[in-house]
Each structure stands twice: as C-alpha cells, then as structure tokens.
Design a protein around this ligand. Structure first.
Ligand code: COA
Length: 161
C-alpha cells in the first residue's frame, strides 16, 4: 500500500470538514471549527492519499496564547484524522511525523522549540500514538473541548532526537 502525503488545496476543504465532523462529533462542532482553521493562512494541512483517494489529514499551526506553555509559540497539532477503514496501517503516525518535520524545519524562524496537542482524556488510541512519538502530558493544563469533554494537553520538544 503506497500512501502519498501532499499539501491540501482548496478542493480538499469539504473532505477535511466532513472527516473532522465524523471523527470529533462528540467533542463539538468540528466541521465548522476546522473549516475556519483550514481557511486561515497560518494553518498547514497535509492530506494522506491512497491511489488518489483521501484517507486522512493532519492540520498544524504555530500558536501562542493563554493556556500554552512558555512565551514562545508552539507548533500545535490541531487535528489528526485517519478514515476508520484505513486505521492501524501506520498512516496516522506518518501524518504526525510529517507535521512535526514541517514544523521542525520552520522552528528557527518561528522561534519555537515545542510541539503540543490536545487529546480527549478517554482517547486511548490517539494517546498511545502520541506517547510513542515522545509526547508527555502537561500537568498544569486543565482544558475541555467545546462539548465539555475533558482533554489532556501533551507536549514534547519540537526537534526531539
Ligand atoms: C488516532 C488516529 C489518527 C490513529 O491513526 P492510525 O492510522 O490508526 O494510527 P497508526 O496506524 O499510525 O498507529 C500508530 C500507533 O497508534 C496507536 N494506536 C492506533 N490505534 C490504536 C487502537 N485502536 N488501540 C490502541 N492503540 C492504537 C498504536 O500505538 C499504534 O502503533 P502500533 O500500530 O505500532 O501499535 C486514528 O485512530 C483516528 O483518526 N482517530 C479519530 C481522530 C482522533 O482521535 N485524532 C486524534 C486527536 S486530534
């Protein structure tokens, strides 16, 4: 199975919104939320495709603001989704690594040293992936998704060995 990772374009917006709506339905109105992020110039979205069909995406951005560690911007992995039929084949890990590689390459100009992301506290599959890529919980963070679900904030150095 050959998985192609490519930058998202305008024509991918509907796919990204629908995939997010399905994956995050219990967490809030993510079709609209991700649509807004997709349109933002500072947000990068990468698609995973198999034989030309979209099977997942990752979205990330440098962000700075309340609730985020330290004064420097962090590379925030905003969303990572693989279509249910394509899970457990390494696509999620490949997308995550792609986002971290892209952010790491820009880290010096963004004055960023750290990657962070949020994950629902009962999302064991995603937490296992993130921990296996070096992410650790930030004990100082206590946040919730728009739907009220508690989430963990995980982080790691951006250019980890
Ligand atoms: C989380 C998600 C992106 C993982 O995608 P994936 O393509 O299935 O992940 P991979 O095949 O690359 O798996 C990587 C690791 O994640 C962990 N993992 C993935 N699915 C798992 C599951 N169902 N149970 C336990 N661990 C799991 C494993 O550690 C796995 O490594 P291994 O296969 O060597 O054991 C996918 O399950 C998904 O889209 N979930 C819904 C959206 C979501 O929760 N996103 C994360 C928050 S933004």
């Amino acid at each position: 199975m050959a998985v192609e990772l490519r930058p998202a374009g305008r024509s991918d917006r509907d796919y990204v919104c629908m995939a997010a709506a399905e994956a995050f339905a219990r967490l809030g109105h993510y079709e609209g939320i991700l649509g807004g992020w997709f349109d933002h110039a500072g947000v990068t979205t990468v698609l995973a495709c198999v034989e030309g069909s979209r099977v997942g995406f990752v979205m990330w951005a440098f962000v700075q603001g309340p609730g985020l560690a330290g004064a420097s911007p962090v590379a925030d992995v905003v969303a990572l989704v693989v279509d249910p039929a394509w899970r457990r084949r390494g696509i999620g890990r490949a997308l995550l690594r792609c986002a971290l590689r892209q952010a790491g390459a820009l880290a010096p100009v963004a004055f960023s040293h750290r990657a962070e992301l949020s994950v629902a506290d009962d999302n064991l599959a995603a937490a296992a992936l993130f921990r296996s890529e070096g992410f650790e919980p930030r004990p100082d963070a206590d946040t919730r998704y728009p739907g009220g679900q508690r989430c963990l904030r995980l982080g790691r150095p951006l250019n980890a060995p």
